[in-house]
Design a protein around this ligand. Structure first.
Ligand code: SF4
Ligand code: MG
Length: 323
């Protein structure tokens, strides 16, 4: 069952003097319970895509195409209807949970407010009980409902955020760099917890990260983004054993195998293009070892090879003028 469907989604926003095409023509879907890893360097549009699915982008941002959550096109919803869906059908967790928790509210108040917004038929007592169960689910004692956010460590705060995001059992969870600010041991614990909970609840998850190591463990499928485009989408096995796009190949090469602290993607020479003025042809051409003449002239379409979707001229089309 498809719980999330994106079709030709583009996101544009205006700064004072220019229009930035942050995300262009992205289509994919998520099945119930599936985890899709969305990887790429910072600024590639992966977080923007996450916020688009939550419909939480700054005013003036334009989203084209269609985003359906459990069959409902969210662009047709009023702000109030979208508020009802957020939290109950789609939820998001971020890198720094402190920014999403209100420092002057007890953990309990965060839960009760959230739960009663979506389930007004419940009593406060029932809401508190749901909250206590959710906390226990993430390995925190229910007594800590009375505590304030600052009384928790970073890892524990992220557990609280995870509990908050799943308490209403959403169909889709978007995790945007959920472990980046944590130390390695806590990172592993949080990922384990996310995997366990999404499995138990059959939650579909988009795991947004720059860390190929993280998706190697947690994802079922992997989407690779570059400069606002989805350049490759395939099963995790295909991505790791038979990557097709030259950018994916570069990302995999950039995974150091010893120091887990140092998985940043920064070993592909050059940097992504200015998205207010992207190059004519393939956006990766300036950094691509395999670039051909056509790559500089025409944007590659998407080709499908043995179940892998890849946006690169190496895999089809008329490569007239190959040099
Ligand atoms: Fe490289 Fe050309 Fe493929 Fe772009 S289309 S990734 S430049 S080979
Ligand atoms: Mg980001």
């Amino acid at each position: 069952m498809k719980v999330l469907e994106l079709e030709n989604v583009s996101v544009r926003y205006k700064t004072e003097e220019k229009t930035v095409n942050a995300v262009e023509n992205i289509s994919f879907h998520l099945e119930k319970g599936e985890t899709l890893g969305l990887v790429g360097e910072s600024g590639c549009g992966k977080s923007t895509l996450g916020f688009s699915i939550m419909r939480l982008l700054p005013k003036g941002t334009k989203i084209d195409g269609s985003i359906k959550i459990e069959g409902t096109d969210i662009s047709s919803l009023s702000d109030e209807e979208m508020r009802q869906i957020r939290g109950s059908k789609v939820a998001m967790i971020f890198q720094d949970p402190m920014t999403s928790l209100n420092p002057i509210l007890r953990i309990e108040d965060h839960f009760v407010e959230m739960i009663l917004t979506h389930r007004p038929e419940l009593s406060k007592e029932d809401a508190r009980e749901l909250a206590a169960k959710a906390l226990e689910d993430v390995g925190i004692n229910r007594n800590r409902l009375k505590d304030y956010p600052f009384q928790f460590s970073g890892g524990m705060r992220q557990r609280v955020m995870i509990a908050l995001s799943i308490v209403l059992n959403p169909a889709v969870l978007i995790a945007d760099e959920p472990t980046t600010s944590l130390d390695v041991i806590v990172q592993a614990q949080i990922m384990e917890l996310l995997e366990k909970l999404t499995k138990e609840h059959k939650t579909a998850m988009i795991l947004i990260t720059h860390d190929m190591g993280l998706v190697a463990e947690a994802a079922d499928r992997i989407g690779v983004m570059y400069a606002g485009h989805l350049v490759e989408l395939a099963s995790k096995e295909r991505i790791f054993t038979n990557p097709l796009h030259p950018y994916t190949v570069g990302l995999l090469r950039s995974i150091p195998n010893t120091d887990v602290n140092d998985r940043e993607l920064r070993y592909i020479p050059g940097s992504p293009p200015d998205l207010s003025n992207p190059p004519e042809g393939c956006r990766f051409a300036p950094r691509c070892e395999k670039a051909m003449k056509i790559c500089w002239e025409k944007e590659p379409p998407e080709f499908e090879i043995d179940g892998t979707r890849v946006k690169c001229w190496l895999y089809g089309g008329d490569q007239n003028g190959t040099d």
